[in-house]
Structures are given as structure tokens and as C-alpha cells.
Design a binder for this molecule. Structure first.
Ligand code: GAL
Length: 331
């Protein structure tokens, strides 16, 4: 990130978050963790994402803009202050020697999210697994004993026998985990309760936002209610975000509307949601994470991180900020 005055002793440092710029890791390389999510575990934040490296191509047979890079794997970066990020490597690397493997470079691996199961003591990764034409529409699962891997890939399937593309996983305060995924040709958002080990759907699911084509789900809980931030369905191109709220995580959900405020708010600031991070140890402090995709050069896609703004009446907006400091916003 830009303009850091780091101090490992303090939890929050006087670092600026400048959305859309290149953010370097502690080795000086651009952070490469797209469609990502962050897990807080024992004092450290772990940021997992798509490691998009190399040429972006549009396959010859493409009938839509399915720009892609080869799958390299899932990267992980660690930080204690949300500002200085150390590259922990590819915690789930591509499998190069088996063309039929889900993780072969020719396939699609997107939107990895990692949660921790306090009972099994395993780190569980869920991800979108697809064929290059996006017809497979499956979810993949991997596990590890350590947040920095290596993760063991368990395979992919269609959860509840339904298509699964853009996705996320959310663990509630009671330890129950839920898989949110765009299903039925991305038209309907499924919310699926997971088994107690977080490895499979437990069979209890609901269909939400039926026919509304919501993607890029990011879930958080605030003041006892559940919130879902999502995008519309226009491939790598930006569209308008939407926030919805529910008393029960399985629904019914009520649409609030576009939470973004300011220049280009109708295009989500030229970005797409991926995760909402509760800042550890702080009340009502959340960072909304977005990807600003560069569809013809995906590896150079950038990150947009903005603090949620919560008004006295509890209403939530995401105002645009060119640059902001963690310790000024989250006091
Ligand atoms: C988006 C989706 C991305 C990626 C892209 C492919 O709608 O959110 O994760 O799948 O489509 O075009």
C-alpha cells in the first residue's frame, strides 16, 4: 500500500489506502490476490485471492467476453496491520501435469474464500471452479492445517445439484457456515448451510433474489442483521452494486439499494464487490473490498477498499474516498 509508516507493534498504523493504485507486498511486488477474501486468525489477517499472472487471452471460440489468464493458483498474503502484506506463496497451486484436473492452468479458478473451523481446526477454502467456457459451474473445496497452506484439494461438485459460479462463505457467530453462490445461470442466489466440518452442503438451502442475476456476493453481519453486497451480471464490466438485509441468514432478504455514493457510484466506482472485512477488535468497522478488473490485462486489475459508513440510524453507505487512513477512519 502507499504511504505506510509501519510499526509492527501497533495494530493500526498511519497507512493510507489509495484505491486503484498498485499495492506492493513487502518484497516490492504487486499484490496479486483478485476476487479475494480475508480471514482474521490469531492476530493476523490472511488475504487469499486469484493469482492472475501472464497473458490475458480471449479464447478463439468465445461468444462473450470470457477473457482469462491461465490458472496459477490461490495466493495468500499476511498482515498484522492491514497495510503491510507479506507474500506467503501459492497456498493452492495449479496442477500442471494433468490436463483433466480442476486446477490445471487451462481451467477457471475464481473467488477463493477461506474460513476456519474451530472444531476440526482446519482452514477450509471454497472457490468457483469452472471449465474455460464456464459451463461446468461448480464449487471446489480444499483444506489445510495452516492458514498459509499447503491446502489439499478435495474436488469440485455442484452444491445441491445446482450450478455454482460467483461465491463466498460466511461463518456466523454460532459457528455455522453458509455458502452463497450465483446459481441457475447466475440468475438466482443460493444460500446453502454447510455441514459442521464446512466441507459440504448439509442439504438445507434457500433460493434468493430469484431471476435478479446477482453476482460477486459479499456478506457481513452488523447489529444482529445480515447484509449482502453484490453486483449485477455483466462479466468483467462494472455495473451498479446492491445492498440487501435480512434478519435470518437464509432469508427472506430485503433489497436496500445501491450503497455506493459519489463519483461513478452507479458503476461501483468501476469495480465489483468481493468481500466485506470486519476490522478486528473494533465496533462497526468494516472495509468493503472490490476488484477493479482490467479485462484485457487481468493481472493488472486493481483493488478498491473503502470503509463502510454507518449513520446514527444504522443505514449503511459506501462513499468514494480517493485515499484514506486506517487509523483516522477506525479510531
Ligand atoms: C464476472 C464474475 C467474475 C468472472 C467474470 C468472467 O461476472 O464476477 O468473477 O467470473 O464474470 O467474465
Amino acid at each position: 500500500m502507499v504511504g505506510c509508516q509501519t510499526s509492527q507493534k501497533k495494530n493500526m498504523v498511519a497507512s493510507e489506502i489509495v484505491s486503484g493504485e498498485i499495492w506492493n507486498d513487502t518484497d516490492g511486488n504487486p499484490i496479486n490476490a483478485h476476487g479475494g477474501g480475508i480471514l482474521y486468525h490469531e492476530g493476523t489477517y490472511y488475504w487469499y485471492g486469484e493469482y492472475k499472472i501472464g497473458k490475458t487471452v480471449l479464447p478463439e471460440w468465445a461468444t462473450w467476453e470470457c477473457f482469462r489468464t491461465d490458472v496459477s493458483g490461490v495466493s495468500c498474503y499476511s498482515s498484522r496491520d492491514l497495510s503491510t502484506w507479506k507474500f506467503e506463496g501459492l497456498v493452492l497451486p495449479a496442477v500442471k501435469n494433468d490436463t483433466l484436473h480442476d486446477l490445471h492452468p487451462s481451467q477457471v479458478l475464481e473467488r477463493p474464500k477461506v474460513v476456519y473451523n474451530t472444531t476440526t481446526k482446519k482452514f477450509v477454502m471454497w472457490m468457483h471452479i469452472d471449465s474455460p467456457d464456464y459451463l461446468k459451474a461448480a464449487a471446489g473445496v480444499a483444506v489445510s492445517d495452516s492458514p498459509v497452506g499447503p491446502f489439499t484439494y478435495l474436488g469440485s461438485f455442484r452444491p445441491n445439484n445446482a450450478m455454482s459460479r460467483d461465491q463466498t462463505v460466511f461463518v456466523d457467530d454460532n459457528g455455522k457456515a453458509y455458502h452463497f453462490y450465483s446459481s441457475e445461470d447466475n440468475k438466482t442466489m443460493y444460500i446453502s448451510e454447510l455441514t459442521s466440518d464446512y466441507l459440504k452442503p448439509n442439504g438445507h438451502f434457500t433460493r434468493n433474489f430469484i431471476g435478479m442475476s446477482r453476482e460477486a456476493p459479499a456478506v457481513f453481519k452488523y447489529n444482529g442483521k445480515y447484509y449482502l453486497l453484490s453486483s449485477g451480471c455483466t462479466g468483467w464490466d462494472p455495473n451498479q452494486a446492491e445492498l440487501a438485509v435480512a434478519d435470518s441468514i437464509m432469508g427472506p432478504w430485503t433489497i436496500i439499494g445501491n450503497p455506493c455514493v459519489g463519483k461513478d457510484a452507479d458503476k461501483t466506482f468501476y469495480a465489483q464487490s468481493t468481500f466485506v472485512l470486519p476490522v478486528h477488535g473494533m465496533n462497526n468497522a468494516y472495509i468493503a473490498m472490490f476488484d477493479r478488473w482490467k479485462k484485457t490485462n487481468l493481472q493488472d486489475s486493481r483493488y478498491i477498499w473503502l470503509p463502510l459508513s454507518i449513520a446514527n440510524d444504522g443505514s449503511i453507505t459506501i462513499p468514494w474516498r480517493e485515499r484514506w487512513k486506517l487509523d483516522e477512519v477506525f479510531k
